[in-house]
Design a binder for this molecule. Structure first.
Ligand code: ARG
Length: 482
């Protein structure tokens, strides 16, 4: 506020540059609905305790309700000279209802107010992001179900390693994302305590009821220590760390989408809606959305770094530095939410090329482990079997053959335990189906994992088919592979 509204101690206005430098309303106005809900709960509680008159509470609650409508309709005139969201709302309230507005701040400080607002904003943002993760899980799980029979090479070191199912790979992404959701919801549960009543730092002399405001605002309880409550921002670090993990996962998924849609891999084609052309090269169809998701991860890592460095070394309790917590938190949520949305659309509409995955299995010796495992079943120790298989790979390479191309006598030249049944063992379908331990790629195991995942999604209230359809997942009858 530049109008000496800090009260009697001040004779001069805040320097104009200092006012610009220190205002936060340009970004913390995003807290407005929570700020108003917090104020309404606080006013009602003060009324119930006899600190405010019934008439004043009535005026405050009505006035705040009108302001909320104005803000939501985009009609509220934010004034950066009133520093932050709290002062904007309070001053608009006072202009509207007069003296009663000036009583609202009784027993409260902006320090416990902003801590309360931030927790409320963050918990609702966690819910939004968790819902977006769930939508991506719906789409991925439907795509996995459609493609349960497609085989592809699994990779280590980006070298073809062993045959797996595309669906198993898609469910691996789901496992990563479900952990992200879990971390977000863990943090959400821990943060859901009300700081309101902690005052500036040393609580208040008024006979307030902290539990009443906590309950009214949907908190599970109240914070323990007033000094900690106004100084604590580690709930934000936790949440943004969870978002960072998610962003890292989204970047890893995106990188695979970029790779798989190259001519070199050719495992998939992203739809026109999620690719762009080149201004110069007419043949190009670039996976820009996946690349951007991969790139935006950097912002989220930056947001986490900003928060951690912001808090490092701050003494108790509130310090103005902490105002800087909001932009990185908002940005981390906005970025991850946008990435989740774009990836959901990209994955819903992509076409998978089953025959390219299948032909990639014919090269690269992804069946070498089968050869070794086969010998083990014939009583050969695994280390010797591994050695024999390695020699056969070298032999096949020299003669420009695959392992399945080798004749029985060529195989037996390395080990006499080979017989005709080896050819069946080398078949990728056999190789995958033999991996029927829980968590493995055999069809029944993938089916089990898929059913379990979709069961969890349904428990969380999701209509999987409806979500998938809303993102354009091809329905039965549409071509889903080529
Ligand atoms: N805008 C401030 C923030 O976000 C609100 C709390 C200000 N408190 C204070 N004592 N200056 O941190």
């Amino acid at each position: 506020m530049s109008d000496k509204s800090w009260g009697g101690r001040f004779e001069a206005d805040l320097d104009a540059a200092a006012a610009d430098f220190s205002e936060s309303v340009s970004f913390d106005k995003r807290l407005a609905v929570h700020d108003i809900a917090g104020s309404i709960a606080h006013a009602r509680m003060l009324g119930d305790r006899g600190v405010l008159s019934v008439a004043d509470v009535e005026r405050i609650v009505t006035g705040l309700g009108e302001l909320k409508d104005e803000i939501e309709a985009g009609r509220f005139a934010w004034d950066k000279h009133k520093e932050d969201v709290h002062m904007n709302v309070e001053s608009a309230l006072t202009s509207r209802i007069g003296e009663a507005g000036g009583r609202l701040h009784t027993g409260r400080s902006r320090n416990d107010q902003v801590a309360t607002d931030m927790r409320m904003w963050t918990r609702s943002a966690c819910d939004t992001t968790a819902a977006r993760i769930d939508r991506l899980l719906c789409v991925l799980s439907e795509r996995a179900r459609q493609h349960i029979d497609l085989l592809m090479p699994g990779y280590t070191h980006l070298q073809r390693a062993q045959p797996v199912r595309l669906s198993h790979h898609l469910l691996a992404w789901c496992a990563m994302l479900e952990r992200d959701r879990g971390r977000l919801m863990d943090a959400r549960q821990r943060l859901n305590l009300s700081p309101l009543g902690s005052g500036a730092l040393a609580a208040t002399t008024f006979d307030i009821d902290r539990s009443q405001t906590a309950t009214e605002l949907g908190f599970d309880g109240i914070t323990d220590n007033s000094l900690d409550a106004v100084a604590d921002r580690d709930f934000l670090i936790e949440v943004v760390a969870a978002l960072t993990n998610c962003a890292v996962h989204l970047s890893r998924i995106s990188e695979e989408l970029v790779l798989w849609s190259t001519q070199e891999f050719g495992f998939m084609q992203m739809s026109d809606q999620f690719t762009t052309g080149s201004s110069m090269m007419p043949q190009k169809k670039n996976p820009d959305m996946a690349e951007l998701v991969r790139g935006k991860c950097g912002r989220v890592v930056g947001d986490l770094t900003t928060l951690i460095v912001l808090l490092k070394g701050l003494p108790l309790t509130y310090n103005r530095d902490m105002q800087e917590d909001k932009p990185p938190v908002f940005d981390a949520f906005d970025t991850v939410d946008a990435c989740l949305n774009i990836l959901t659309g990209s994955l819903a509409s992509a076409i998978f090329h089953g025959e390219r995955m299948r032909s990639a299995l014919a090269e690269g010796f992804v069946d070498a482990t089968e050869l070794a495992d086969y010998l083990v079943t014939k009583g050969v120790p695994f280390r010797s079997a591994h050695h024999v298989a390695g020699r056969l790979v070298a032999y096949a390479l020299q003669h420009d053959k695959t392992l399945a191309d080798l004749s029985l006598s060529e195989l037996r030249a390395e080990h006499e335990a080979f017989d005709e049944t080896i050819y069946h063992a080398l078949d990728p379908e056999t190789a995958v189906e033999r991996r029927k331990v829980p968590g493995g790629p055999a069809r029944a195991m993938v089916k089990q994992a898929l059913d379990a995942l979709q069961g969890r999604l349904r428990t969380r209230g999701l209509d999987i088919a409806a979500v998938a359809a809303s993102f354009g997942v091809p329905q039965a009858g549409d071509a889903v592979t080529s």
